[in-house]
Design a binder for this molecule. Structure first.
Ligand SMILES: Cc1cc2nc3c(=O)[nH]c(=O)nc-3n(C[C@H](O)[C@H](O)[C@H](O)COP(=O)(O)OP(=O)(O)OC[C@H]3O[C@@H](n4cnc5c(N)ncnc54)[C@H](O)[C@@H]3O)c2cc1C
Length: 399
């Protein structure tokens, strides 16, 4: 395995790190207080600057205006961007848009690319992905009640989704709906369909309050309904009943993106915990960092973050070489491992900050609230641990 960084990538990372520190950190105060709308115009200026620097949509191939990076290389960029809650958005590689861009480039028709993909690539629109339903266990995504019935040249969609992240203000949703309820294979029942936000029968019912915050715009999770919502049949994305196959493809690289972003968050939390441990005196002349129990938190965090990074880069390297399917177990392993590291490191950083840690005077509490979901979305820990355990048991079944 070779995770060495080319001189070109090294200088790109320098530029990204400087940009994040100088241009984005000063805006974070508004975000941690939930005032996304206040900084939208400032963020738009930063996004123009990212375009000028040639760092826009870094996850995509050059033909789509991206940087043509391998997944390992993009992983390093994602880590640098993860050091700010605004990093991925400023560079137009934020979830769920990044994944939606990828499936539109792969499966979109010419018309879909023109109508939905191009404005997304330009950063003029946002999108969302609506799969999870309040009345069904999202951990088993084949259990869906939302249907899309073909009626002439249209689909008629009925159902309710929630945790449709960023639905507020999105231009369109990619919706997972059952189009063939009788298919024997449960994974061949659903299709992905693009629903414009202004389609009749599509409604954003509410931004769900999460840990005391309903949020708005990009930083929100919507509950949406489809009530005899009609869209043209040409809005079908990819093959009919191919919804799960497409979702799987999207989730592989998507998990690398999330894990490397989480490692960026961990590094920022680590910087903050060390600074606080060096500066806060528990006795005159004796900083917190002199205490062994504080040192243990720092040492454990350092080792956890480094292990998480190596495991994630290894999974990215496998995907680069062999594709998502071959790297399935590695992807599951990092999903629960890195989400756990993230939670532990944030918790230790908060503890070392004392009361300051639970305030919004640092970004720690914001991340603690917003990233608890990391152990749930894109598959809860238990589902991924099952994949890893089953493989290990199978390999040793004849022992
Ligand atoms: C912050 C956040 C953002 C999200 N964004 C989106 C989005 O943009 N679009 C979208 O469609 N969805 C989104 N989701 C939804 C997410 O994908 C689901 O929450 C997830 O798939 C789990 O489904 P569930 O919530 O229905 O939990 P359930 O399926 O009801 O599971 C509940 C719990 O049961 C346990 N469990 C589940 N299965 C097993 C098992 N096999 N063995 C042992 N224990 C098990 C786990 O602890 C799990 O947390 C988001 C969720 C969060 C928290």
């Amino acid at each position: 395995m070779d995770f060495s960084i080319s001189p070109e990538l090294e200088s790109t990372l320098d530029i990204v790190e400087t940009f994040v520190a100088e241009e984005l950190h000063p805006l974070e105060d508004h975000v941690v207080h939930g005032h996304w709308d206040v900084i939208q115009s400032e963020l738009d200026k930063r996004r123009d600057r990212v375009k000028e620097l040639g760092l826009w949509t870094p996850h995509l191939d050059e033909q789509w205006g991206g940087m043509g990076l391998s997944l390992v290389e993009f992983g390093h960029v994602a880590e640098a961007l993860g050091r700010s809650p605004l990093g991925h958005y400023a560079f137009n590689c934020q979830a769920p848009d990044a994944g939606n861009m990828e499936i539109l480039t792969e499966y979109g028709t010419d018309w879909q690319k023109e109508r939905f993909l191009e404005p997304l690539l330009d950063g003029d629109t946002r999108s969302c992905f609506a799969m999870t339903e309040p009345d069904n266990a999202g951990s088993n995504p084949t259990m869906l009640d939302t249907t899309a019935r073909r009626d002439g040249d249209e689909f008629v969609i009925n159902g309710r989704k929630w945790f449709t992240s960023g639905a507020d203000g999105a231009d369109f949703a990619i919706v997972m709906a059952v189009t063939d309820p009788d298919a024997e294979d449960r994974y061949s029942r659903a299709s992905q369909i693009i629903v414009p936000a202004d389609a009749d029968g599509f409604e954003l019912e509410r931004n769900i309050s999460v840990m005391g915050e309903s949020g708005s715009g990009y930083l929100s999770h919507g509950e949406v309904t489809f009530d005899d919502c009609r869209v043209p049949a040409e809005n079908l994305l990819g093959p009919a009943e191919g919804g799960f196959a497409i979702a799987q493809e999207r989730l592989g690289p998507g998990r690398i993106h999330h894990c490397m972003r989480w490692i960026g968050i961990c590094e920022r939390a680590f910087d903050l915990m060390c600074r606080r441990a060096n500066q806060r005196e528990v006795y005159p002349g004796s900083p917190l960092g002199d205490r062994q129990m504080v040192q243990e938190k720092i040492a454990d965090s350092r080792a956890d973050i480094d292990a998480a990074r190596l495991m994630t880069l290894q999974a990215a390297w496998q995907i680069d070489r062999k594709g998502t399917r071959a790297a399935r177990v590695d992807i599951s392993k990092i999903k629960y491992f890195v989400a756990g590291v993230l939670q532990d490191v944030l918790d230790r950083a908060i503890q070392i900050h004392g009361a300051l840690g639970v305030t919004d005077d640092t970004p720690l509490a914001f991340w603690y609230r917003h990233e608890r979901g990391a152990r749930i979305y894109d598959g809860p820990d238990e589902v991924h641990k099952r994949v890893v355990a089953k493989k290990s048991l199978k390999e040793r079944a004849s022992d």
